[in-house]
Ligand binder design. Structure first.
Ligand code: NAD
Ligand code: 0WE
Length: 263
């Protein structure tokens, strides 16, 4: 039981395919008490039965585009939990017109601003708003992608936003270390979630991934969940400001073995 007696808030659970669902499942198995936020009323219907599975009845609306919504959600949470032990930030968004076509041609000031606001600033905003309620030895976790450090076709301005999110992880770790709060990120391999479902040629990306990755496959939300449970547990007490890859090794291999070595 990695997370016995830990209270953890999970954001970004849209449906059973969400990375946040794999994380919730692993954290529940490891004994954590969970609370959830949802972006809007429409997503509450999906969340309700899942939260029940994970033993939780704390469901709070939080649209990270609004400071008022963020403040209101922690006020509401404080009625259930005076203090808690960390949160998972599993939120990313850019307008869909930013994620298809040539980067320099499609990127706009507004698209850039929204991507960075929702995908990176929101992590700082949640840390800021929750700080008075966080116990010692709390852990904060976010989800990033390889597009932060290498180009990926069509990922475009989301790559810039993820680069910002990764720097955000390091600066939050430095800022909150004195309070014994750790801040980390998981860089997950591509997974067919709601956020990926609208992406052109996503299937091709999954098969590219499998052929280059040392493990010869993609990863599951359960595998991301297991790493998340570890990083938020006291077993990871010496780890902060770190980006942990859960990608079947894809980022470590420049060329697929099978293309070069005769069999
Ligand atoms: P998902 O669609 O299941 O989750 C994305 C979540 O972001 C949704 O729950 C949505 O409600 C939430 N969200 C968007 N705008 C919001 C706002 N204004 N306020 C509150 N919530 C908002 O998709 P996912 O793939 O599970 O994405 C979760 C995280 O994982 C994202 O940060 C994504 O960038 C990251 N990630 C995904 C993959 C992948 O291939 N699926 C790989 C690496 C990293
Ligand atoms: O971070 C992500 C998802 C990012 C995302 C996806 C969407 C689609 C729907 C952000 N905003 C939106 N906005 C929408 O309107 N991933 C890592 C998954 C992903 O998205 C891609 C990928 C991969 C991988 C987009 C283009 C290319 C590759």
């Amino acid at each position: 039981m990695l997370l016995k007696d830990k209270k953890i808030l999970i954001t970004g659970l849209a449906n059973k395919y969400s990375i946040a669902a794999g994380i919730a499942s692993a954290m529940h198995r490891e004994g954590a008490e969970l609370a959830f936020t949802y972006q809007n009323e429409r997503l509450l219907k999906n969340l309700e039965p899942l939260a029940k599975e994970y033993g939780s009845d704390i469901l709070i609306e939080c649209d990270v585009a609004s400071d008022e919504s963020i403040d209101q959600s922690f006020l509401e949470l404080s009625k259930k939990w005076a203090k808690f032990d960390g949160f998972v930030h599993s939120i990313g968004f850019a307008p869909s017109d930013q994620l298809e076509g040539n980067f320099v041609d499609v990127t706009t000031r507004e698209g850039f601003q929204i991507a960075h606001d929702i995908s990176s600033y929101s992590f700082t905003a949640l840390a800021k708003a929750s700080k008075p309620m966080l116990n010692e030895k709390s852990a904060l976790l976010t989800l990033t992608y390889l597009g932060a450090i290498q180009t990926i076709p069509n990922y475009n301005v989301m790559g810039l936003a993820k680069a910002s999110l990764e720097a955000n992880t390091r600066f939050l770790a430095a800022s909150m270390g004195a309070d014994n709060i750790r801040v980390n990120a998981i860089s997950a391999g591509p997974i067919k979630t709601l956020a990926a479902s609208g992406v052109k040629n996503f299937r091709k990306m999954l098969s590219q991934h499998s052929s280059r990755a040392p493990l010869g496959r993609t990863v599951t939300t359960e595998e991301v969940g297991n790493a998340a449970a570890f990083l938020c547990s006291d077993y990871a007490s010496g780890i902060t400001g770190e980006i942990t890859y859960v990608d079947a090794g894809f980022n470590t291999a420049a060329m697929p073995l099978t293309e070069i070595v005769d069999s």
